[in-house]
Every structure is written in structure tokens, then in C-alpha cells.
Design a protein around this ligand. Structure first.
Ligand SMILES: [Fe+2]
Length: 179
């Protein structure tokens, strides 16, 4: 189940509020410019995901100006899982939006904005669109398992620029089975 915990940036100990209600999650993230949606869950293989979700993808491409789309799948036995996890584990920004739809599995997105930290556990059926230049990090866990559709304005522009702030180390990481 999707879960949102909002913290003051200086207090990782106690969340200011938590919710697992998709409408409340969307309402809490909209003011900072993050789009959160629940799409109808459909069983499909990674290779079929773009076809199964074609309608939602077309809508998102139109509204967000996204030009390309692909599917990424991570399995717990992926030989590079530790390095891939590490890559986005520290606070960073991108010059363009980070848009992900979880076809299967889960991962923890954390957004840092307006003096607050938003820990969002994304699960199957969740769409998240993090706007360009927003500080954030992503934890797929030690045994990652997810299939996600990714949308890009320009995939070449989607590069992580580290902020150098160690804030991510102070906040909760992905815990398998927490949902
Ligand atoms: Fe990112």
C-alpha cells in the first residue's frame, strides 16, 4: 500500500503527518508541484506494460510534454543491484522531471521541499512525477523488485546532480515489507 510520511527537515525522528489514503497523498504533494496518481492495476509482463497502459501514457505525454517512454525492471538477484541502489540514494536533482509508474513492486521516493521531507513509498499502481530541479532521492532497497514505466522529455537530460547534502542518511530508508 502506498504510504506518505511528512517530516520537518530537521527532525527525522517523528513524522508531522502520515497517510496511506491515495487522495490525501495526492493532496499533500500537489502544493509542492509533485503529481501523484493511482492508475488501475492490471496484471501484465514488463514487455506488455507500454501497451496495457497506453491510454494513461498518452494522457501524461500530452500534459507533461514527455517525448519518450521506456520500461525498467529490477529483480532481487540483479548483479549490479548494490551499485544501482547507491546511485540515487543521496540527495540529487535532475534538469528534467522524474516520472515513474509502478507496474509491479515498490520503491521509496523522498522529496525535499519547503523545509520538509516527504517520504513516499510507491507501490503497484502508483504514478509519481517529481518536477525538474526538486531535491530528492530514491531507495529501491537491498533486494529491489519493481517494474516501472519511465517517461522523459529527453532521456539524455535525465542525469543526477548531487547536492552534496547528507540529509538522506538521516531519514528512514526503504524497508522491505513495510507496506
Ligand atoms: Fe532522481
Amino acid at each position: 500500500m502506498s504510504q506518505l510520511a511528512i517530516y520537518h527537515e530537521a527532525d527525522p525522528g517523528t513524522p508531522l503527518e502520515t497517510t496511506d489514503d491515495p487522495l490525501q497523498i495526492a493532496a499533500a504533494l500537489a502544493p509542492i508541484g509533485v503529481r501523484f496518481e493511482r492508475w488501475p492495476v492490471q496484471d501484465c509482463a514488463a514487455d506488455d506494460a507500454l501497451g496495457v497502459y497506453a491510454e494513461e501514457i498518452a494522457r501524461l505525454k500530452k500534459s507533461g510534454g514527455y517525448q519518450s517512454v521506456d520500461v525498467i525492471a529490477m529483480a532481487p538477484d540483479h548483479p549490479d543491484r548494490a551499485a544501482l541502489r547507491q546511485k540515487f540514494l543521496s540527495e540529487h536533482r535532475h534538469a528534467e522531471d522524474e516520472v515513474r509508474f509502478f507496474v509491479e513492486g515498490e520503491g521509496l521516493f523522498t522529496l525535499h521541499e519547503d523545509g520538509r521531507v516527504f517520504n513516499l513509498l510507491c507501490t503497484r499502481g502508483d504514478l509519481i512525477a517529481v518536477p525538474a530541479n526538486m531535491r530528492h532521492w530514491f531507495d529501491m532497497g537491498a533486494e529491489p523488485r519493481f517494474t516501472a514505466i519511465r517517461l522523459f522529455v529527453n532521456p539524455d537530460g535525465w542525469v543526477a546532480h548531487m547536492t552534496g547534502d547528507a540529509i538522506a542518511d538521516r531519514f528512514p530508508r526503504f524497508e522491505k515489507g513495510a507496506a
